[in-house]
Each structure stands twice: as C-alpha cells, then as structure tokens.
Design a protein around this ligand. Structure first.
Ligand code: ZN
Length: 211
C-alpha cells in the first residue's frame, strides 16, 4: 500500500517519506514538484515609461523572475481557459501595475512597488530590487502574470529544490522539497500527486486502446 508521510515541515521546506511507491513514480513526482505544478509569473510587460539606465529587457527579466503568490483554486492556465482569448480574462491572468513617480533622491524600485489587481497574486517578497532610479528618473509599466509550468520556462518553477534520497527500508524514498514561495510545500506536493495520477490515468487509457 502506497503512503506519503510528512517527516519535517517548516516555512517553504518539507521532507516527506514515500512508502511503497516504485522508484520511477517517486522520481516522476520529484520532477513534477520541481517544474510541473503551475505557478504565476509575469509573462508580458508593457513599458509606459523607463528613464532608468536599465534597458526595458532588463526590467522585464527582473519582473519575470519575481516569484508571485499563487492561488490554484481560482485561476486556470490560459491554454485551458474558456475565454480562448489571447489577452486573457480574470480567470487566467492578473494585471500588476508599477508607477514609481519621480523623486529628488536616488531610490530603488522594488517588488513592493508593484500593485496587483488581485489581493492574493502578488510578489512573495517585497524586497526584490527591480531598478535603481536617479533623481528625476521614472519607471511606469503594466505587467501581466499568468499560470505556467517550469518545464516551459524556469520562471514558473514551483520549487528551487526537489531531491530524492533512499529511506531506511528498500521500499522507502525521502523527498525533500523547497518551494520558491508561490505555493506552500504541501500545496506543491498535493498538486503534484494529482498531476501524476492524471498522467498515469492517461497512460493507462492509452494502453487500453492498444489492447
Ligand atoms: Zn481566460
């Protein structure tokens, strides 16, 4: 009988014991935890004004790599959203805005300056630097975030660490997981198990059609 038991949990880190799960499935679960669970990331940026020395692409890259808190109960990936719209809708994308205004002093624009239209989908940390502005320089932009997977681009990785080690018994494996904060470790594992079940279900269906 397959089972999953939490050994240790604190903050963004969790250690679970997998019992009676074949190595290849445990390994598939490890991989899904890393890059197969959807998270929010900024995917499209409209720069309205950028007088900083950082080029637009630099600003866009920093925004893309900013982990965003993710709510999988209210949002879907654009590829499966009913809107079938390239622009997206309130179920498949979130708008974040940034307007630095201008200041007489040098200052650093950080993730805390991003204001999200959704109260939950916002940067995991307020301290991520985006650009340094000299006196009089401005940064103003609109950023669109959507759900995606790390297998498509690293900015959607759901974990920074996902490692499998041997347990005490031959049928035990230990999975150590550290998330980037978009989802809790428990959310990542739960979603990864569902995803693995779905993939195995599809696999069994394919086998059935082969007969
Ligand atoms: Zn949509």
């Amino acid at each position: 009988m397959a089972s999953l038991e939490i050994v240790e949990q604190s903050g963004n880190r969790i250690v679970v014991k997998l019992k009676g799960i074949p190595l290849q499935y445990a390994n598939a679960l490890r991989r899904i935890c890393l890059s197969g669970v959807p998270t929010f990331a900024i995917d499209d940026v409209v720069i309205i004004e950028n007088s900083s020395v950082l080029p637009d692409e630099g600003v866009t890259h920093r925004l893309a790599m900013t982990p965003l808190r993710t709510d999988l109960s209210r949002f879907v990936e654009p590829s499966v959203c009913d809107c079938h719209s390239e622009l997206g809708c309130s179920r498949c994308r979130v708008l974040l805005m940034l307007d630095s205004g201008s200041s007489d002093a040098t200052r650093t624009v950080t993730s805390a300056d991003l204001s999200s239209e959704d109260e939950m989908v916002k940067p995991v940390s307020p301290n991520i630097p985006i650009a340094v502005l000299a006196p009089g320089q401005k940064l103003k932009l609109e950023a669109y975030a959507r759900l995606g997977r790390g297998s498509e681009h690293a900015k959607w990785n759901s974990a920074s660490v996902s490692a499998l080690t041997e347990g005490n018994d031959s049928d035990q494996h230990i999975l150590t997981l550290e998330t980037v904060g978009s989802l809790t470790p428990a959310e990542v594992i739960r979603t990864a198990v569902e995803e693995l079940e779905k993939r195995l279900g599809e696999f069994h269906q394919t086998l059935a059609t082969i007969g």
